[in-house]
Write a protein that binds this ligand. Structure first.
Ligand code: PHB
Ligand code: FE
Length: 335
């Protein structure tokens, strides 16, 4: 059976009589879920292979891939499954960056047009996310309704649009984003964050040009976790602050250097080799710490209390090729 999602055909079965969930096909991959697990299957080396993930971890990861448009570089759902953004096309792989699969030829990669894989991922997310489960929320803030048989939807959560400022928050023309007026309450973890705004006295006539705002107050009202929002754009320099609690649901494989500024509390990062997953470093970042994450790693963050992180991205076109060809070193500083 096939259906259209955003005008693109998606291959899906009818809902299972037992679990209520549908199964999906994308190229040679099949996706099925049951009460607890998502399973992805593929063929390689004349064998049928499959891999399971807890459905909540799978949905949290897939939510990021969809919301971020496949992000920069690699989005590993776990050590086996993931996507690589080729900017216009997307690789979906199983085992391709896991030495045990790769060395035995049991890995499989297929490249899809971005709209095709996006439509399929959105259809999976839509069908597999039950009422009450928000894949963007911290575990303490969402229900365990991800488990069990199919029960309704949570479209409001999965179709949430990433907030992009049109102008600096608080200046006319932007937004009541993340204010009481915008309907965003201060998160329980940030009850102590002062909400006062800086006093700005602009020359008459420049009131719409000169402005400042309290980024901590703004972030204290973020209702999602591990979802950087683009809060300033200066040419190719993107400041993407975010609030983090529990585990980054993906292992991001960088295709460029990215900088982290820990704005509050603590995050522990596990840093691994991008291609093999071999451990490379553990980095504990405390408030005020700054790190450059190299272009040849994958990483996953752990935040025991909701914390604030500034992710600083370089959106210069062509960067992935410069790193891949060795024209640029993977780390920005030599010590
Ligand atoms: C990253 O992979 O670099 C990343 C992604 C999402 C976040 C923070 C960091 O919330
Ligand atoms: Fe990253």
């Amino acid at each position: 059976m096939s259906e259209a999602m955003n005008g693109v055909e998606v291959k899906a079965t009818a809902a299972s009589d037992v679990t209520g969930y549908r199964s999906f096909e994308l190229g040679g991959f099949t996706f099925t879920r049951d009460e607890y697990f998502a399973q992805i299957a593929w063929r390689a080396n004349g064998q049928q292979l499959s891999h399971k993930m807890s459905a909540d971890a799978f949905l949290r990861a897939m939510m990021r891939d969809v919301a971020w448009g496949f992000f920069y570089g690699w989005v590993n759902f776990d050590p086996v499954i993931g996507t690589r953004n080729r900017y216009g096309k997307v690789d979906l792989y199983a085992g391709a960056y896991h030495p045990a699969y790769k060395d035995k030829g049991l890995d499989h990669t297929e490249t899809f047009e971005s709209p095709q894989i996006m439509a399929t991922f959105k259809a999976i997310l839509d069908d597999w996310t039950n009422e009450g489960f928000d894949p963007f929320a911290a575990p303490e803030e969402t229900q365990t309704s991800w488990a069990g048989r199919k029960n309704g939807h949570n479209r409001a959560a999965i179709e949430r649009q990433r907030q992009a400022c049109r102008r600096m928050p608080g200046i006319e023309g932007d937004t009541e984003l993340r204010t009481d007026a915008g309907g965003y309450a201060v998160n329980r973890a940030f009850a102590d964050v002062p909400q006062d705004e800086p006093e700005v006295t602009a020359e008459p006539g420049f009131e719409q040009e000169v402005h400042a705002f309290n980024l901590f107050a703004y972030l204290s009202r973020s209702d999602v976790t591990w979802n950087p929002s683009v809060s300033s754009v200066l040419e190719r320099s993107l400041c993407c602050p975010t609030t983090e609690e529990y585990i980054l649901p993906i292992k991001h494989g960088n295709d460029r250097v990215e900088w982290f500024v820990q704005l509050s509390d603590e995050i522990e990062w596990e840093v691994e080799d991008k291609h093999t997953g071999a451990p490379r470093a553990k980095v504990k970042m405390r408030a005020g710490d700054v790190a450059a994450m190299p272009a040849d790693i994958r990483h996953q963050g752990y935040s025991k209390k909701r914390s604030m992180l500034l992710v600083w991205e370089n959106a210069t076109p062509g960067l992935p090729d410069l790193y891949e060809s060795g024209a640029l070193k993977p780390n920005p500083v030599e010590f």
